[in-house]
Design a protein around this ligand. Structure first.
Ligand SMILES: [Zn+2]
Length: 152
């Protein structure tokens, strides 16, 4: 198979690597995992993470996680929201993008000692590997993520 025509996407549920034809993605068809049938792109939308789901969605994620700690009253957080939506779509299958509302989920915010928002945590197996505080351009966030992905 010509690898330039396929994209390697790791299943967000079971971690299996799937080769997906780029044509299929371009056509907007939702590829599913060959092993467990989970949709591989999860719609390419940020995932809502809570104190209760942190262990499942972040600590046990086979992918690195970009977690946005935000609150509805925080103007800069709202500015950053569309950037995270774009990153979720562009990095589907490589990075899981999540959002955690700190008002509703103070335990996670406290655990990572987050004092100002927006704060973006980059996590591998639940461990913080990078932290981006404040609003940053999308290119800068992507660059920092690239470093984490290439360090695998
Ligand atoms: Zn799977």
């Amino acid at each position: 198979m010509n690898t330039s025509d396929t994209q390697l996407i790791r299943c967000p549920a079971c971690g299996a690597n799937n080769r997906v034809p780029r044509e299929k993605i371009a056509q907007g068809r939702e590829p599913v995992c060959g092993r467990c049938k989970t949709p591989l792109l999860a719609g390419g939308k940020p995932l809502i993470v809570t104190d209760a789901t942190f262990a499942t969605e972040v600590e046990r994620s086979p992918l690195p996680v970009l977690l946005d700690l935000w609150a509805p009253w925080c103007g800069p957080c709202l500015m950053l929201a569309p950037v995270l939506e774009q990153l979720a779509a562009e990095l589907a299958g490589r990075v899981r993008v999540g959002k955690l509302n700190i008002d509703e989920n103070p335990l996670t915010a406290g655990r990572f000692n987050v004092r100002s928002i927006p704060t973006l945590l980059v996590l591998k197996a639940g461990q913080e590997v990078d932290r981006i505080v404040g609003v940053q351009p999308k290119m800068e966030i992507a660059r920092r993520l690239q470093r984490v992905m290439s360090g695998e």
